[in-house]
Design a protein around this ligand. Structure first.
Ligand SMILES: *Cc1c(COP(=O)(O)O)cnc(C)c1O
Length: 351
């Protein structure tokens, strides 16, 4: 499918789409009940949902979501980046919350329907993408505290520009010392709604301290760096690329996995291993750590310039974006926009 840059809808949000308000005009919905399984998968106009106040998910948080993006390709077509990985993670999240699993093929059918309908919202502005948000929630009207027997799946999309605003330079981050994001054996490694509300107070404290994001530490020792807001972290240590090894407490990001592959392909040494706050601070002081960046579907690759920890603070490298961060962001965008050979079959074309 070729993108029309003259389509009326895209011009409305061209100036500043932000992240999460420039919704397109379609919606896919499907329903599940214990008796019938999945049914009524359909594309329709974007509309409001009418919910009974006793809808279970509003009270008990049985809700999971995903986030993936569609990009204009080099040849003018449209492709979604690694959607089967999002489908698999959506299924894992749902299973962890005792929810029904949406089969991959239904996920992909819904995605094709929505992106085909809303591709005209994509512009050829390289900063813009179509962010697609799958959501599944317990729609049964019943306040008995048990797993629900009726669920609703919705798939919506919005036009997304940069997560931190256009031209955002390095961000300043705050290490969370008072709160933990996850607990051992909890849900830190799945994308469920309940993981996010408890982080907002910490996020507010960070903002009040002049920081844009929160660094979460491991919930056991509060010593190991795990992730940043809804992003994973990478460090450039003695020229090698290091990212925390998956612990089960934080999200296995698809961008993280992509960057590990792209960096290895580009000839960097890549290592997954634990990184402590002490390692990070000392590495920055000694010069062993020259760069730190965060990555995720929303934020792509964002450099971290300065770190606040209680009353102290330290600067990463020069405090500006480093060359490895810049090279990996370019490689990621090139892969997403079809400017590299798609050797790993990451691109799902929409015809
Ligand atoms: C979504 C998310 C990420 C990044 O995952 P991607 O698949 O790269 O978008 C990282 N951490 C958290 C907590 C998230 O919710």
């Amino acid at each position: 499918m070729t993108v029309s840059t003259t389509a009326e809808p895209s011009s409305r949000y061209l100036a500043d789409p932000g992240h999460g308000t420039a919704f397109t005009d379609h919606l896919v919905t499907a329903r599940w009940s214990a008796d019938t399984g999945w049914q009524d998968l359909a594309l329709g106009p974007l509309r409001e949902l009418s919910l009974h106040p006793g809808t279970s998910a509003l009270h008990y948080g049985q809700a999971v979501f995903e986030g993936l993006k569609a990009f204009v390709q080099q040849d003018g077509g449209v492709a979604v980046f690694r959607p089967r990985d999002n489908a698999a993670r959506f299924a894992r999240s749902a299973a962890r919350l005792a929810m029904p699993v949406l089969p991959d093929e239904l996920f992909m059918t819904a995605l094709d329907l929505l992106v085909r309908a809303d591709a005209p919202w994509l512009t050829d502005n390289p900063q813009h993408a179509l962010y697609v948000r799958p959501l599944m929630f317990a729609s049964e009207v019943n306040l008995l505290m048990r797993e629900a027997t009726e669920f609703t799946f919705v798939l919506m999309a919005f036009v997304a520009a940069g997560y931190f605003g256009d031209g955002a330079g390095p961000v300043t981050v705050m290490i969370a010392r008072d709160h933990a994001r996850a607990l051992p054996g909890g849900t830190g490694d799945v994308k469920c709604a309940a993981n996010y509300a408890p982080t907002l107070l910490t996020q507010r404290r960070a903002r009040e301290a002049g920081c844009q994001q929160v660094v979460w530490l491991d919930p056991d020792e509060r010593r190991w760096v795990e992730e940043l807001g809804a992003m994973n972290l990478f460090f450039v240590v003695d020229g090698a690329l290091v990212t925390p090894r998956l612990t089960g407490n934080f999200l296995p990001g698809i961008t993280r996995d992509t960057l590990l592959a792209l960096a290895a392909r580009a000839g960097y040494e890549v290592r997954e291993r634990p990184v402590s706050v002490d390692d990070w601070r000392e590495g920055c002081r000694s010069g062993a750590i020259t760069e730190t960046f965060a990555c995720g579907t929303a934020a792509t690759v964002t450099p971290i310039g300065r770190v606040r920890d209680g009353d102290g603070a330290f600067t990463v490298g020069t405090g500006n974006e480093g060359p490895v961060t810049a090279a990996l962001r370019t490689a990621l965008l090139d892969a997403q926009h079809g400017r590299l050979p798609d050797v790993s079959h990451w691109l799902h074309r929409i015809d």
